[in-house]
Design a protein around this ligand. Structure first.
Ligand code: DQA
Length: 139
């Protein structure tokens, strides 16, 4: 069975209580269940952390066949997550729930884009399913 690691960064544990116009109304647990139910032939490893180093440690574990990452606000700040992703030689998809590149200017900077195969934005929780669809063909 193939494993897809699904990483969510800071404040994504608060989904359901964050602005719904950007992030939708589902909680992270509901989104993770939706992903797991979408393809039961894949083992999903779900990981959320508010800490940059913990996210890097999880990426470095190298115990998965593909990766989906929503780095939250670290998208716009973290050279360290960029560098961790650069090392990993599996298919990688960056997901954002919101229309991240058409919001505040500080969200237009993206340190993760270049080290992921594709970036999916503005589809709310459906973005994670689109990421799985992309990866199903590659693993
Ligand atoms: C986000 C967009 C980021 O700018 C923000 O800091 C988040 C969530 C998204 O999913 O749209 O926490 O990554």
């Amino acid at each position: 069975m193939k494993t897809i690691l699904v990483i969510n960064g800071p404040n994504l544990n608060m989904l359901g209580r964050r602005p719904k116009e950007h992030y939708g109304s589902k909680t992270l647990d509901e989104i993770n269940k939706m992903i797991a139910d979408y393809d039961k032939s894949i083992n999903f490893s779900f990981f959320q952390s508010n800490h940059e180093g913990a996210i890097i440690d999880r990426i470095q574990a190298n115990d998965y066949d593909a990766l989906i990452i929503n780095p939250g606000a670290y998208t716009h700040t973290s050279v360290a997550i960029h560098d961790a992703l650069e090392i990993v030689a599996v298919p990688k998809v960056e997901v954002h729930l919101s229309d991240v590149f058409n919001r505040e200017d500080f969200r237009k900077i993206d340190f993760v884009k270049d080290v992921c195969d594709i970036t999916i934005t503005n589809l709310k929780e459906q973005g994670y399913i689109e990421a799985v669809k992309y990866l199903q063909k590659l693993i």
